[in-house]
Design a protein around this ligand. Structure first.
Ligand SMILES: Cc1cc2nc3c(=O)[nH]c(=O)nc-3n(C[C@H](O)[C@H](O)[C@H](O)COP(=O)(O)OP(=O)(O)OC[C@H]3O[C@@H](n4cnc5c(N)ncnc54)[C@H](O)[C@@H]3O)c2cc1C
Length: 432
């Protein structure tokens, strides 16, 4: 039997992570022929859990994937913030009420389950999926049809071209250098993860229905159930003294234990269950306000790698693909022999007008949330007063992010008002 050669793609996506695959799904649903190139020998995701907020589940619902994701994940009841030193509750989001407000649930899911959902959707839709090819260079070209396009060259010397190339190649993106000469910015923080069967934590004082975040000086600890409640996910994040001192060997397990010294029993019980053979040093990049270079467009972490404190990195990547596909559909005339019929200049410039400013806000807000979470001394007590005073059903801090994803800059909601923490009055610390 001979196999038919696949038709030339309209779009090449470089990178088969959550960003690349979700963009491939979004574009294919609009009638675009997509080919994905992933450098790894197989598609997959390393890591544990992901939180996905209503601005993501709304899009999953649009794709017809929300039921599958619900069957694989967990819809928690609340998100609770506690002080990591004394375990006292600081504030909570009622996620049942939150779903009523935004129309879609706040969920937690194993990364590989969300990635697998997009991979299966891409296969069903007929996306041309290729592995084991690492992109090394990009250039603008005139296609054989006479229309403009872009070419990608791979490490093995082969190349491919299409009307548009979407670079979803992550934090260390090769394509990003087309737009800016920058480097990832180290936060000196490191994350340890660990997902274990729920039986292993039942004896500990854990919630099987909530997302719980313990905020501590220079550290925080996150817990939530996964896989319909069969698994339990924990993330331990701390500032590495070795990173601050400029040493290369930073984030090692001895630093993990030292960083959480003095935290409450619930956190101490969780620490031995963290995976100790791998850890994630946390980098972001300075926001950039343009992601499109001719017919090459950045997407996902390649465009906007965040610190993860707002749990919006994968979500922003999914939103990017959805927004791009909506603009592509709006700019698509009839497909002809010479191509897809999409006015790519118009579609890419509409994408570039709305997504970078939104993601820049998320990146800078994530940095300031990290600072707020990790405060010590007087500032920590001032933060705790503010969080304790927040009404459970106050959505001031979530309306700008969990509502419908903006397609145009005028749809972007205002940010929340910021006030100086130093203006908050606190009493004397309790005597120990
Ligand atoms: C500790 C931690 C917790 C997090 N929690 C959350 C959360 O709760 N919610 C959330 O939304 N986000 C979270 N994030 C962020 C989220 O994981 C990322 O933002 C998201 O996975 C980015 O997806 P991506 O597809 O853009 O990039 P990546 O996942 O990095 O995928 C890039 C892909 O491109 C491939 N690739 C790279 N270079 C090339 C090349 N040259 N050629 C071909 N292929 C290439 C890679 O192999 C990879 O498959 C968290 C991050 C961390 C570190």
């Amino acid at each position: 039997m001979t196999t038919q050669p696949s038709p030339a793609p309209d779009v090449i996506v470089v990178g088969g992570g959550i960003g690349g695959l979700s963009a491939a799904v979004a574009l294919t649903r609009k009638g675009i022929r997509v080919r994905v190139y992933e450098k790894a020998p197989a598609f997959g995701e390393v890591g544990a859990g992901l939180q996905i907020a209503p601005n993501c589940t709304r899009i999953l619902d649009d794709y017809g994937l929300l039921d599958e994701v619900k069957s694989l994940g967990v819809v928690p009841t609340s998100m609770v913030m506690r002080d990591a030193v004394d375990a006292s509750e600081l504030t909570r989001l009622d996620l049942v009420d939150l779903e009523r407000r935004y129309g879609f649930p706040y969920m937690v899911i194993h990364r590989s389950d969300l990635h697998g959902t997009f991979l299966r959707a891409a296969e069903r839709l007929g996306v041309d999926l290729r592995t084991g090819l690492a992109a090394t260079a990009y250039e603008q070209v005139t296609l054989p049809t006479g229309r403009p396009g872009a070419r990608v060259t791979f490490a093995d010397g082969s190349s491919d071209e299409a009307e548009t190339v979407i670079a979803a190649d992550g934090l260390h993106s090769v394509a990003r250098s087309l737009l800016v000469d920058d480097e990832p910015v180290s936060s000196a923080y490191v994350a340890y993860r660990g997902a274990v069967p729920i039986e292993q934590v039942r004896a500990n004082d854990v919630s099987e229905t909530d997302v719980v975040v313990y905020l501590g000086p220079g550290c925080h600890f996150v817990q939530y159930p996964l896989r319909g409640g069969e698994m339990f996910n924990q993330v331990a994040v701390f500032e590495s003294p070795k990173a601050v001192a400029g040493e290369d060997d930073w984030g090692t397990p001895d630093e993990l234990d030292a960083a959480f010294d003095g935290t409450c029993g619930q956190v101490q019980q969780g620490l031995p269950l963290m995976w100790r053979d791998k850890w994630w040093r946390m980098f972001d990049r300075e926001p950039i306000l343009h992601w499109v270079h001719g017919r090459v467009a950045l997407l996902g972490d390649a465009a906007h790698p965040p610190l993860q404190y707002m749990a919006q990195g994968a979500i922003m990547a999914i939103e990017d693909g959805w927004v791009l596909a909506e603009h592509v559909a709006a700019q698509q005339a009839v497909r002809t022999e010479s191509g897809s019929g999409v006015d790519w200049d118009a579609a890419l410039s509409a994408y570039d007008a709305v997504r970078p400013p939104h993601c820049a806000r998320v990146l800078t807000t994530a940095r300031s949330w990290g600072e707020l979470w990790h405060l010590d001394g007087l500032a920590r007590r001032q933060r705790n007063v503010v969080l304790r005073g927040r009404d459970t059903h106050d959505y001031t801090y979530t309306d700008w992010i969990y509502g419908p994803t903006a397609l145009t800059p005028d749809q972007e909601p205002p940010h929340y008002p910021v006030f100086p923490l130093s203006s908050v009055e606190v009493g004397e610390p309790a005597a120990v």
